[in-house]
Design a protein around this ligand. Structure first.
Ligand code: SF4
Length: 493
């Protein structure tokens, strides 16, 4: 049966361009995994990856109409304020006469399947949770003209409204998944998924609800990962990035597995990066990672305030984060830091603790990093435990496309004021650094000293605003403060 698996075009957000929280990193491989499961089941599958071929929605629609698949399975990714373009694309396909079944899978449709099926009549079904087997069962049902009812994990419309007849439990052994198909496109760094899920329950994260309370973390065997890496190396790939939400698994077993994997990949002489929790690193692991080609790390630190770490259900400590940062540096790796500066329940003292933590750990000395660390706010998506909590407390106003995000009322108005002003300043700086004509364009030599000046300005500005917010009874109009800051930053040019 003819099937298209689609990674749809991504339109860059004008407001959230520095935010990667719209989807967990590993969703970049999801279409490839679904395509390979369908291919293994004997279907004629085309994987169209618009993130690789650069097609827009109109070019993609022409291709779909021409191929005329029975099933169009789409990894639907939330693209902030541009998400409506995806659903307009489905409408256009139908108007152009496309009669195939449209199924959505991925993080966004899993968390928002009810809203999507309510809102978009063009979408027939949504695969909720781990999707490979659900989409495969849907395809075999469409091939035999069977009913879509009774497929575990498949949300569909029925006489009783929108239903998922049974939840789809995640597959226990991730080695059983076929290796993902990859679109041709001469990529230099290959993303790879060494494990699925996470054993933590951070209240803002879409990973735990995606797996529907199934096994929390499942690692592929080191041999299975090596098999995939070997085949990519034979295609000329030398750089890898592990897209796992949590690369190093839990406890002693997780550590042993990582050490074994490192032993196996060491002879490949490749380089790789990954993301992990600070608590999972120790000297032995670091030594083994670095000797196997490890070059880049994103550490999920999230906060410099221990009170907030507890509220985020992060299960980490400040000492653990500081130790992990030191350990990385000791082994020559400068870690990038996942950090939430503004959280709806932050106090001004939490902001002060954040500033102290970032300074103490020498994380405020590079302009792009400073601007990013200062500007990330807590984002709350539908379907996460954080969203439910704020909704229950009556502090959530649906926002974003079809209410997928929650606008949360901050408990301290002064923190919300700080967020408005600081985020504005940092985004202004980040936009400037992305513009080639700007003197602080990130590719221009740092010795010009300008980037350092702007960096120091941002740090001092944060400190000054914090002091003002602590001492003032009435806060200045944020728009006026923003104008002053904009003028000051522009004067450095
Ligand atoms: S540690 Fe928290 S944020 Fe990171 S993947 Fe796990 S649940 Fe998500």
């Amino acid at each position: 049966m003819k099937i298209i698996v689609l990674e749809h075009p991504r339109i860059r957000s004008k407001i959230r361009f520095n935010d990667i929280a719209n989807t967990p990193l590993w969703s970049c491989l999801m279409g490839g995994y679904v395509a390979s499961a369908l291919k293994a089941a004997g279907h004629e599958v085309r994987l169209i990856d618009c993130t690789v071929n650069g097609w827009d929605f109109s070019e993609t629609a022409d291709e779909i109409i021409a191929f005329s698949p029975v099933l169009l399975a789409v990894n639907c990714v939330y693209i902030w304020e541009n998400s409506g373009a995806i659903f307009a694309f489905f409408q256009n396909l139908r108007r152009a006469g496309f009669r195939g079944h449209i199924n959505l899978f991925g993080f966004y449709p899993t968390l928002a399947y009810r809203t999507i099926l309510d809102f978009s009549r063009e979408v027939d079904t949504v695969s909720v949770g781990e999707c490979e087997i659900t989409v495969k069962e849907l395809a075999s049902c469409l091939e035999t003209f069977g009913s879509v009812e009774g497929i575990a994990g498949l949300a569909h419309r029925s006489g009783e409204g929108i239903r998922v007849d049974d939840p789809r439990g995640p597959l226990r052994d991730p080695d059983l998944f076929d290796l993902p198909l990859r679109a041709d496109g001469g990529f230099r760094t290959a993303s790879i998924l060494g494990s699925r899920g996470c054993y933590n329950h951070c209240s803002f994260c879409p990973v735990p609800p995606f797996y529907n309370n199934g096994p929390l973390w499942r690692g592929r065997s080191p041999e299975n990962i090596l098999h995939e890496m070997n085949s990519l190396v034979s295609m000329g790939i030398r750089n890898f990035y592990f897209a796992d939400p949590n690369f190093i698994g839990p406890g002693k077993k997780g550590k042993e597995r990582t050490l074994r994997l490192m032993e196996l990949i060491r002879p490949l002489k490749i380089t790789f990066g990954m993301e992990t929790r600070p608590e999972d690193l120790d000297e032995e692991i670091m030594e083994s990672l670095v000797s196997s080609g490890f070059t880049s790390m994103l550490l999920g630190v999230e906060s410099g305030s221990s009170a907030l770490l507890g509220q985020l259900s992060k299960g980490s400590t400040l000492n653990g984060s500081e130790h992990a940062i030191e350990l990385c540096r000791h082994f020559g790796i400068e870690p990038e830091i996942g950090f939430l500066m503004f959280v709806p329940d932050s106090t001004l003292s939490d902001l002060g603790e954040n500033l102290k933590f970032l300074r103490k750990n020498k994380l405020l000395n590079r302009l792009d990093r400073t601007a990013n660390l200062f500007s990330h706010s807590h984002i709350v998506f539908m379907g996460t435990s954080g969203y439910r909590r704020y909704e229950k407390e009556g502090r959530l106003t649906p926002a974003g496309y079809q209410g997928f995000e929650g606008e949360i009322e901050y408990s301290d108005k002064r923190v919300a004021w700080m967020r408005d002003v600081v985020v504005f300043a940092c985004l202004h700086v980040l936009m400037e650094s992305a513009s080639f004509d700007s003197p602080i364009h990130w590719r221009r030599p740092q010795e010009q000293g300008l980037a350092k000046k702007v960096n120091d300005y941002l740090v001092k500005m944060f400190e000054r605003l914090l002091k003002n917010a602590e001492s003032l009874k009435t806060l200045d109009d944020p728009e006026m403060v923003k104008k002053d800051i904009e003028k000051e930053i522009d004067s450095y040019g």
